[in-house]
Design a binder for this molecule. Structure first.
Ligand SMILES: Nc1ncnc2c1ncn2[C@@H]1O[C@H](COP(=O)(O)OP(=O)(O)OP(=O)(O)O)[C@@H](O)[C@H]1O
Length: 446
């Protein structure tokens, strides 16, 4: 999830630049609103009064969702709280001594929601879950490091946080640290700039459990890799548990030092694959219970059939349906769910795109044959379209890397990763390529 304050500022800017909104309107409705939190795809926003809430709901919500998607690349719905309600909630909390349960605790950075209790076990994740439980029982002994890999939104971060929570429950004195590889990198750079490398070492080496998310972002970052190597060694030698996640296996991360690759493989690497229908239904049921909303079984099944990609999308769909039901002030039924997903074109944007469709479009666009796209010819005029087609297949479909390889004439999945990485990095500098990929994307998802 993006930082909600940055996200809100971006959304606010978009409203300000929107020609259809007068300066006075902007000042009255948008500028007076304030973000409070972002959790579970819902941004809580404080507004001045009921009148403001009504105006937002009727006139600005649709745009909000659209702008939020542009910046966060995910579906986020607003929930409005008036100043009075907000103050009342605050004083209730103060009286009962309760805290918002969902916020990360400052030191560990763990998300309170990502526990074993809220994790639904099913196809695709049961091995990973079992390994996570085993590591929680005997940290630093059995599988060190534990390495989860797999596609986006499938529960890698959730599981690693669950290990953190479990260790803290077993012993509240356990020093747990969660960090994304990007945050680790930034922290390291800052520590050099501010001459505080000693402090940096302390922070990451004096822990019992280190959780590092998305280590594929260490790719190409030589100095950070060097630093992480020493962090890893210090923890490993002290038998402290390390858990890592990535979207691919260690040896598939480009330009990752060999000694890191080999260390990442010392313990256990487990992939998490997309959930089947039954698991998706179970996850939706669990979310409905957690949110305390009634949703009929047939509606849960409808949603699970509709959204068959990843769990983050499932959660997004659920959040939208709940927000839609609130706006309509009605119960959640299959019809309402269908409306909510249809009105926002949700879930239908990508799931209909298939690899053969992509191959066909790319072949036509570059005036080559589909057989060439799938074949082995090494001419530049064919290799580039082939790599673009693989890139789009990874980006626009939920097929696994091996499946994409198979659909491209039985290529190895490392070839797919290589093509994807190459096009992704060239897109940043090559305007012509960016235009071509943009054209193809808009043809594929009009
Ligand atoms: N098995 C599960 N049961 C319940 N919720 C789940 C499960 N798997 C994932 N989720 C939820 O789906 C959302 C996405 O999961 P998570 O962030 O852990 O994915 P990820 O694999 O780390 O993705 P990324 O690679 O994009 O970081 C989270 O809100 C998480 O709680």
């Amino acid at each position: 999830m993006p930082n909600y304050i940055d996200l809100w500022n971006n959304i606010k800017n978009s409203f300000e630049k929107d020609d259809s909104m007068s300066k006075a309107s902007f000042g009255a409705w948008v500028d007076t609103a304030e973000p409070i939190s972002l959790e579970n795809h819902v941004m809580k926003i404080k507004v001045l009064s009921n009148l403001h809430r009504d105006y937002w709901t009727k006139h600005l919500t649709e745009k909000f969702v659209e702008y939020a998607y542009q910046f966060a690349d995910q579906d986020i719905t607003p929930e409005f709280v008036t100043e009075d309600e907000f103050e009342a909630q605050k004083s209730n909390q103060a009286q009962s001594g309760s805290k918002e349960p969902e916020f990360s605790t400052e030191d560990t950075q763990l998300n309170g929601r990502y526990t074993f209790d809220t994790f639904v076990i099913g196809s695709g994740n049961q091995m990973a879950h079992a390994a996570a439980m085993a590591v929680s029982d005997e940290p630093g002994v059995l599988y060190n490091p534990l390495f989860f890999y797999g596609g986006v939104g499938l529960g890698k971060t959730h599981l690693m946080h669950a290990i953190g929570h479990q260790l803290l429950e077993n012993d509240p004195k356990t020093r747990v640290k969660y960090v994304t590889s990007e945050a680790f990198t930034n922290d390291f750079i800052n520590s050099i700039q501010k001459n505080k490398t000693e402090e940096f070492h302390e922070k990451y080496r004096n822990v019992d459990l280190l959780l590092v998310d998305d280590v594929q972002f260490f790719a190409d970052k030589e100095a950070t890799q060097e630093e992480f190597f020493h962090t890893f060694e210090a923890l490993y030698n002290a038998q402290k548990q390390i858990v890592l996640t990535s979207d691919r296996l260690p040896n598939e991360i480009p330009k990752l030092q060999e000694r890191l690759v080999s260390r990442f493989k010392w313990g256990l690497s487990i992939d998490i694959t997309p959930p089947n229908l039954e698991t998706r239904i179970a996850i939706l049921r669990e979310k409905a219970q957690a949110d305390n909303v009634e949703i009929p079984d047939e509606t849960l099944e409808y949603i699970a059939n509709r959204i068959d990609s990843n769990i983050r999308e499932l959660e997004g769909a659920m959040a939208r349906i709940q927000a839609y039901a609130k706006l309509q002030n009605s119960a959640i039924t299959t019809d309402l769910a269908a409306d909510a997903l249809r009105s926002l074109n949700f879930g239908s944007n990508l799931s209909h795109i298939t690899i053969p469709m992509i191959q066909d479009k790319v072949a036509k666009y570059f005036h080559v044959s589909v057989a060439d796209i799938k074949g082995k010819k090494r001419m530049k005029s064919i290799v580039i379209p082939r790599q673009i087609a693989m890139y789009l297949s990874r980006e626009l479909t939920d097929n696994s890397l091996p499946k994409i390889g198979t659909e491209f004439g039985g290529k190895d999945h490392t070839t797919v990763i290589h093509s994807f990485d190459k096009i992704k990095s060239e897109l940043e500098n090559d305007e012509e390529l960016a235009r071509q990929v943009g054209d193809l994307k808009s043809e594929l998802k009009p």
